[in-house]
Design a protein around this ligand. Sequence first.
Ligand SMILES: NC(=O)c1ccc[n+]([C@@H]2O[C@H](COP(=O)([O-])OP(=O)(O)OC[C@H]3O[C@@H](n4cnc5c(N)ncnc54)[C@H](OP(=O)(O)O)[C@@H]3O)[C@@H](O)[C@H]2O)c1
Length: 238
Amino acid sequence: MLNIPKTTLFMISSLDGKISSGDTDSVDVDRDWKRVKGVREGLGQYYELEKHTDIFSFNTGRVMQKIGINSRTNNPKKILCTFVLVDNQPHLNEKGLHYLSNWLRHVIIVTTNKKHPAFAMEKAGQNISVIYYPSTINFINLFEKLKRQYGVNRLTVQSGGTMNATLIRAGLIDRISLVTAPLLVGGKTTPTLMDGEAIHSVSELNKLKPLKLLEMNKLKNSYINLVYKVLPKTVIVK
Ligand SMILES: NC(=O)c1ccc[n+]([C@@H]2O[C@H](COP(=O)([O-])OP(=O)(O)OC[C@H]3O[C@@H](n4cnc5c(N)ncnc54)[C@H](OP(=O)(O)O)[C@@H]3O)[C@@H](O)[C@H]2O)c1
């Protein structure tokens, strides 16, 4: 039995499972869906539910860059959350890291990049820690470390489709809480809740993840919130 945090993947998607409006960084749920009549009216319910998620949040530098963290100039009001951010490239620059450090209680950067700008800030005593993996990130080891060394008992995952696929397939997501907006987005290349590599043959059917419905909440303005448990084992019947 792994000693890891209880995890919930918390997302907003369209009815067709899309988590963005399209496939470039110029389009985005936060920016665009509030402009669409019929969708904008109920969108606030997602942000309300988000306020009740865990104080530890898991995401990627890629998403932080997309939402403009590197170019924010305001002085953020401090919140008591810790972000765990996987960032190798790096997508976050020094400015973005300073912003996060001012905004959050603690920032944990997980990286395979030994030149990541977060190292210098950790050394300077800022509220930034780095968890470094020399080649590939071992996510089971990472989640164990988060619980053991950083006291993370519950973790809300809010990353994009590539990372979500990695975590779901590694068996590291316990629950999914999905807010479905009354919208069809379309586009084969638009990110979905779970992207990553497609399966190519029946020998890989064990990568599919059956779910058990825990809650079905009808929200206002044609929105729904579905909460599922991810079943720990995929059984394929011959
Ligand atoms: N609607 C919502 O609730 C919601 C929430 C979050 C995101 N989104 C949307 O999702 C989209 C982003 O999705 P995405 O797939 O591009 O990004 P993503 O899954 O958030 O992040 C991809 C990055 O994570 C790192 N990564 C992924 N798998 C890894 C692995 N196995 N090992 C090590 N690092 C790994 C890589 O970082 P490096 O490049 O640094 O190596 C990769 O570039 C955006 O359009 C965003 O707006 C929507």
